[in-house]
Design a protein around this ligand. Structure first.
Ligand SMILES: NC(=O)c1ccc[n+]([C@@H]2O[C@H](COP(=O)([O-])OP(=O)(O)OC[C@H]3O[C@@H](n4cnc5c(N)ncnc54)[C@H](OP(=O)(O)O)[C@@H]3O)[C@@H](O)[C@H]2O)c1
Length: 367
């Protein structure tokens, strides 16, 4: 097996942590000695052993002079766990092959330098693109201190998210709707506008076997979320935040009694300042956010430059209707060359539907 083969194995191990490691990265590690795999591990959940220490703990023989394949640069600082570089040196590992260099300012090449200083041969950049892609949410969060935002919506082939009467259940088929629960599991939080709460009374939970609920966040400048909504009736069980404007303790009291956190935030153009909300979520160690609309909030988030990725579930059907809503509303752009463009797009068939995904490019827009 080649270096890339062992790194591919480490990547598949790292993937097993998806949804559980937040706000830590997903990391996988493989120990190889004389062509034999002698240990494997991955970071299982926040606060747990790092992948390198997991692999060492699972080692079937002495790791002395083994090669360690690890998807992310080993840490060299004390966090919830002691530095992995210490464990690597203590184990006598002679070669380390790294996928991504850690952009965390606390690490950022220092882990690699430290190992080299102690005589360990270190190679970097093996399957780097794949390793970087695995942790794109973590990289964004650790460098901006804001959650990585994925805007997700389901629409018909003629770009409608509901019919002319406002009916929206269901647009996509069962397989695509199941996949959305996976999306909720892997994101630390979910965000909707109060318009969606008033129209649909959604629960916004993850209904997948073995999945976990994201933190639910509603943008609600004037606290219009109904006290008898499903969100509020379940707020004691599922953490829920109402992001609002200036609010008196009396007005916030019934929402807090229902189990919600009420976050008063500055206003921007009469609505919740979304950049301030992202900052506060980042401070609360929320590294990823699934934006589930509707169109008014989707536009505002996009316009503010806060959306990193689009996930468009497209059903091969047509609703028609001039008044039927589309996934992104607001003022819109005036000319085609002002469009928000996507790069690295992929198309996946899910049951009878299609999922088109891509990264939002802001660089070429004259903002
Ligand atoms: N098919 C899909 O994937 C999908 C997903 C979600 C929703 N939907 C549909 O979308 C429709 C609701 O969409 P909508 O556009 O009416 O509502 P929305 O985007 O869910 O909520 C908009 C409201 O959010 C509040 N808000 C607070 N801060 C904001 C900010 N900075 N920018 C923008 N809004 C902010 C505003 O009211 P205040 O400022 O007064 O608080 C605004 O009216 C429903 O029909 C629902 O079924 C479809």
């Amino acid at each position: 097996m080649k270096d890339t083969d062992y790194m591919a194995l480490a990547l598949s191990l790292a993937e097993r942590g998806r949804g559980w490691t937040s706000p830590n990265p997903m990391v996988g590690a493989v120990l190889v000695k004389e062509g034999r795999i002698i240990g494997q591990g991955w970071h299982k959940r926040r606060g747990g052993l790092h992948a390198e220490r997991e692999a060492l703990a699972n080692c079937q023989e002495s790791p002395d002079r083994a090669t360690l394949y690890v998807t992310l640069e080993p840490c060299c600082h004390y966090g919830r766990q002691p530095p992995c570089t210490d464990a690597i040196l203590e184990a006598g590992i002679s070669r380390v092959v790294v996928g991504s260099v850690d952009p965390n300012p606390l690490v950022a090449g220092k882990g690699i330098d430290l190992l080299r200083t102690h005589g360990v041969a270190v190679e970097t950049g093996v399957l780097r693109a794949e390793c970087d892609r695995l942790n794109r949410a973590f990289f964004h969060y650790i460098t901006t201190k804001r959650p990585y935002v994925t805007m997700k919506y389901a629409m018909t082939l003629d770009g409608k998210i509901s019919t002319c009467t406002g009916a929206s259940q269901w647009i996509t088929g069962e397989a695509a709707r199941e996949r959305v629960h996976w999306d909720r599991h892997v994101n630390a939080s979910i965000l909707v506008g109060v318009g969606t709460v008033l129209a649909d009374d959604p629960l916004l939970t993850c209904r997948m076997d073995g999945g976990k609920n994201p933190l639910r966040v509603v943008c609600d400048t004037r606290l219009r979320t109904p006290l008898d909504s499903k969100l509020l009736r379940t707020a004691h069980e599922v953490p829920t935040i109402l992001a609002t404007g200036p609010v008196t303790p009396e007005k916030a009291a019934p929402y807090e009694a229902a189990g919600c956190q009420v976050w008063p935030l500055p206003l921007r153009e009469g609505h919740v300042d979304l950049a301030a909300l992202m900052d506060q979520l980042g401070t609360a160690e929320i590294d990823s956010l699934l934006l589930e609309g509707g169109g008014t909030l989707n536009w505002s988030m996009l316009e503010a430059g806060l959306v990193q990725r689009i996930q468009a579930y497209i059903a091969p059907k047509l609703f028609g209707g001039e008044g039927a809503k589309s996934p992104v509303g607001g003022a819109g752009v005036a000319l085609p060359d002002r469009a928000f463009r996507l790069e690295d797009t992929t198309v996946t068939r899910i049951g009878e539907d299609f999922l088109i995904e891509g990264d939002v490019q802001y660089v070429h827009r004259d903002r």
